[in-house]
Design a protein around this ligand. Structure first.
Ligand SMILES: Cc1cc2nc3c(=O)[nH]c(=O)nc-3n(C[C@H](O)[C@H](O)[C@H](O)COP(=O)(O)OP(=O)(O)OC[C@H]3O[C@@H](n4cnc5c(N)ncnc54)[C@H](O)[C@@H]3O)c2cc1C
Length: 447
């Protein structure tokens, strides 16, 4: 009897224990963060996606490996250009849509991150990128003026000089976006719509789990999401390679780039401001040089080369770039000469730049973005966006919206988005490492 009862009670005890354990495990799973959408990487793309997801009522988590608003990625600093002028026809309508979304977000937050001015594209008349850009302005009915060198000199009297064989394209949609302020804006709006934001949390693994994705951090925290969006900037290739056990290698190369600020000469300070009508600008040719009007630092203007050197984002040198590597001496040399010829007496090129700042590009071989489902074992549950190749910031509000469309809507959404995302698919690199074919030269110079 005792024997039986011992067994019965032992059986009951064990059954109770195992039921208890199941309850415990389930409770534990419930205690994990459970979300509709988890976004990994809180640069401008991830922050915009988190805002878009939360605004649509999705329970959203945005995770960042470093501090929010850190300076180690691509989305920090004081200025990014927005322009609708592109040699590739498919970017023009996207920028126009994105410009509207910037304004919408500004209205919701109640302050400005987008400072409008004209965009000036200039370069040799026969430059194929510039010619393609002009054709696209016509194709997309972008309000623009093409000026020969004489008219361009007149238009920018005393501010910019143009050689005889150069042309200028002036468009209305141009200006400066304030990066750190814009990222903070998206994060604030995401919180306002109920998103959870978590920084200092490096994600090291993603696995399929109970019809969703289980996300693990280096310190062992776990979060579960129905869908996951990966916007890990220059780290995206490393992360995806790891979580796919080496099966998926995104063709994205991190590149360290440096921007420079130059002192405007006394008496010319106002000439280079938005208030005085100075444009954001891009100068086509070898190398491609770009800049923004004086805005963030009084009496300084940003003029930089669109390029940089390949790097590992975790092993950056952070050295003072003006101090003199051969490549950097060459870059500063190009810039000095360009400023001497274009801005003449207005900007002090003689003494070199007064501020330099380091930043990361994530380059794809064709300089087009990657926005797609990760596929493989993750099917449509993981959406990845990266490779913004030094020209993604302006597009962040639209990219955020597209990412959330894809995450929530799956394949059907991808079909609806059709044209918008067709050039950004991962499949373009299959058996074709160069990706999309271009009939004009690369814009970014690597050294
Ligand atoms: C100097 C410079 C000038 C530029 N000029 C322009 C311009 O004029 N116009 C324009 O449109 N664009 C411009 N760009 C490009 C634009 O800034 C980038 O395309 C954009 O900022 C990319 O944003 P992102 O969110 O993809 O990357 P990031 O801002 O780098 O964000 C990725 C985030 O993911 C985080 N992360 C990575 N791995 C993990 C992980 N495992 N777990 C958690 N978090 C992780 C990173 O820490 C980072 O915060 C410029 C870029 C630079 C550097």
């Amino acid at each position: 009897m005792f024997f039986v009862s011992f067994f019965t009670s032992r059986f009951n005890y064990e059954r109770t224990l195992s039921v208890f354990s199941i309850v415990k495990i389930e409770e534990k799973m419930e205690n994990l963060g459970r979300f509709d959408v988890i976004v990994i990487g809180a640069g401008v793309m991830g922050s915009s996606a988190a805002y878009q997801a939360a605004k649509r009522g999705q329970k959203t988590l945005l995770i960042e490996q470093f501090d929010f608003l850190h300076y180690r990625g691509s989305s920090h600093g004081e200025s990014r250009t927005i322009r609708a002028t592109y040699p590739e026809p498919y970017y023009c309508p996207l920028v126009m849509e994105s410009a509207k979304l910037w304004t919408d977000a500004e209205s919701e937050i109640g302050y400005k991150v987008y400072f409008k001015t004209q965009q000036l594209d200039l370069g040799p008349v026969n430059n194929s990128s510039l010619q393609a850009l002009i054709a696209n302005c016509e194709k997309h009915s972008i309000n623009h003026q093409v000026l020969d060198c004489h008219r361009a000199k007149e238009y920018f009297t005393g501010k910019i000089d143009f050689p005889d064989d150069w042309t200028a394209v002036v468009t209305e949609l141009g200006g400066v976006l304030k990066p750190t302020k814009a990222v903070a804006m998206f994060q604030t709006l995401a919180i306002k719509h109920g998103a959870v934001l978590k920084d200092k949390t490096e994600i090291v693994d993603l696995v399929n789990d109970r019809g969703g994705i289980l996300v693990s951090s280096r310190s062992g925290e776990k979060f579960w999401g129905k869908k996951c969006v990966v916007t890990a900037g220059a780290w995206v290739s490393k992360l995806i390679q790891k979580v796919s056990n080496g099966e998926t290698i995104l063709p994205i190369q991190p590149v360290e780039t440096t921007i420079f600020y130059w002192k405007i000469k006394e008496g010319h300070e106002r000439d280079y401001t938005i208030e005085a009508g100075f444009p954001s600008f891009a100068s086509y040719g070898e190398p491609y040089i770009y800049g923004t009007p004086a805005l963030e630092f009084p009496d300084l203007i940003k003029v930089a080369v669109h390029g940089g050197r390949e790097c590992d984002p975790d092993k950056r040198t952070w050295r003072d770039e003006t101090a003199g590597t051969e490549g950097m001496t060459m870059v500063v040399g190009y810039l000095k000469e360009w400023i001497r010829l274009r801005f003449g007496d207005g900007v002090n090129w003689e003494d070199g730049p007064v501020i330099s700042q380091s930043c990361l590009y994530s380059m794809t071989p064709d300089e087009d973005y990657i926005i797609d489902f990760l596929g493989g074992g993750f099917n449509e549950d993981v959406v990845v966006a990266g490779g913004f190749s030094g020209h993604g910031f302006k597009m962040a509000p639209l990219v955020g919206r597209i990412l959330v469309d894809l995450a929530i809507g799956g394949k059907a959404a991808a079909e609806t988005l059709g044209e918008e995302i067709k050039h950004f698919k991962l499949g373009r690199f299959e058996g074709n490492p160069r990706g999309n074919v271009k009939e004009f030269e690369d814009q970014v110079r690597l050294r």
